[in-house]
Design a protein around this ligand. Sequence first.
Ligand code: PLP
Length: 412
Amino acid sequence: MIRYSNAKAGRHFLQIPGPTNVPDRILRAIDHPTIDHRGPEFGVIGKKCLEGMKKIFQTSSHVVIYPASGTGAWEAALVNTLSPGDAVLMYESGQFATLWKNIATKMGLKPEFIEGDWRRAAVPEEIEARLKADLKANGDHAIKAVCVVHNETSTGCTARIPEIRKAIDRAGHPALMLVDTISGLGSVDYRHDEWGADVTIGGSQKGLMLPPGLSFNAISAKALAASKQSKSLKSFWGWEEMINSNKTGYFPYTPATNLLYGLAEAIDMLVDDEGLANVFARHQRHAEATRRAVRHWGEAGAMEILCQDEREHSPALTTILLTQGHNADALRKVILDNFNMSLGQGLGKISGKVFRIGHLGDFNDLTLMGTLSGVEMGFEVAGIPYKKGGAQAAMDYLASCAKGQPALKVAA
Ligand SMILES: Cc1ncc(COP(=O)(O)O)c(C=O)c1O
C-alpha cells in the first residue's frame, strides 16, 4: 500500500497555501458510499451544493461546478466568453497571473500583459489608462475582457476588485471582468454580484477545505450573454449544458460525487455554522498575527513581507522574502526535516527567494502558533538571522483579540 504520510509521530503541519488541511468532518462526509449520480438522492445533494456555492460567491446568478482543478475553470472562463483572436487585458501580479496568461495564448486569444513587479496586486489606475487608450485607438474597442487574479497565491497580494471594477467603469469600457479567486474563495471576502464580476473562478482545495478536484465558474448575466456569441471550441467546459442539467440538481456528465458530499459539508461549516463574516474575520486576524511575527523577525535585517502595499496584504497567506542571499528552499527543507511542516515554495521568478505561510482553511489560533513556532525554530537551525520573539508578538496579538472577543461558540 502506498503511504500518504510520513512515519513521524504527531500530525504533519501542511501550511502551504493550498491544498489545505481537510477537516475530519469533511473527510467523514466524503467517506460515504458513492451513489447513482442519476438516481433520486443525488439531485438533493447537487442542488444543495449549487445553491450553497451561490452563497459563498455572494451571487444570485449561476455557479457551475466542474470535476477539475482550478486550471480547468480558468480555461472554462476564457472559452465560454471569448473567441479566438480576441484581445484580453491581463495584469502580471505573479505566477498565477502568468500561468493564466499562458493559457489564454494557447486558447488563441491575444493577451496583453501589463507588467508588474510581483510585490503588489493589479493596479486599478493602470488598467483604467489602458482601457481608455483602447477606446481612443479603435473608436470602438479591441479588448474584450480584463482578467485579474484576486488573491495571488505566489506573492500574498490581494487585488482591490471593487476598485478595478470602478476603474473599468470610469474608462467607460464594456470589457468583461474575469476574476480568479481560487485561493481566496471561502477565506477572503468576495462579492461576485456587488463587485460586478462577470466570471469568478474558484477551486476546492483552499478556503473550502476540500481535497483538490472541484472548481467553479460564477457567471453574470452579461457573461452568459457573451457565451452565446463565443466561437471558441468547447465541449467539457461548455456552460449551457451544465446550466440546463443543474436546474434539477444533476450534471451532464459524471460529477465528482464524493467531493460533492464534502462540499455540502463545507458549505454547512462556512455558511451556517461559523458564518462567512466570522470566517473572513478569522483569516484577517491570523494574517495580522503572522505579519507581526514577520516584522519582528525582520528587524534583524534578513527578511521582509513580499507584499509592499498595506491595502493588499492577503488574509489567506503571507509570502516572506529572504534578503541577504539566504535560500528559502534550504530553510523549508530544514523546517520539514526537523519539525514536520510543509511551507509553500517560491514560484516562478521568485523561486528560492521566498517562502509562503498558508494560514487559510481549517485553521485556528493554536494552528497558527504551531506554524510560527516551527518557522522561528527553523531560522535558528538554518542559521538565518532573525530577532527572537516573532512568535511571541503573534501570541500577544492573538491574546489581545481573544480578550476583546466573546468565548468561542459551541455549535448546538
Ligand atoms: C490563484 C490561483 N489560480 C490558479 C491556480 C491553479 O489551480 P490548480 O492548481 O487547482 O489547477 C492556483 C493553484 O494554486 C491558484 O492559487
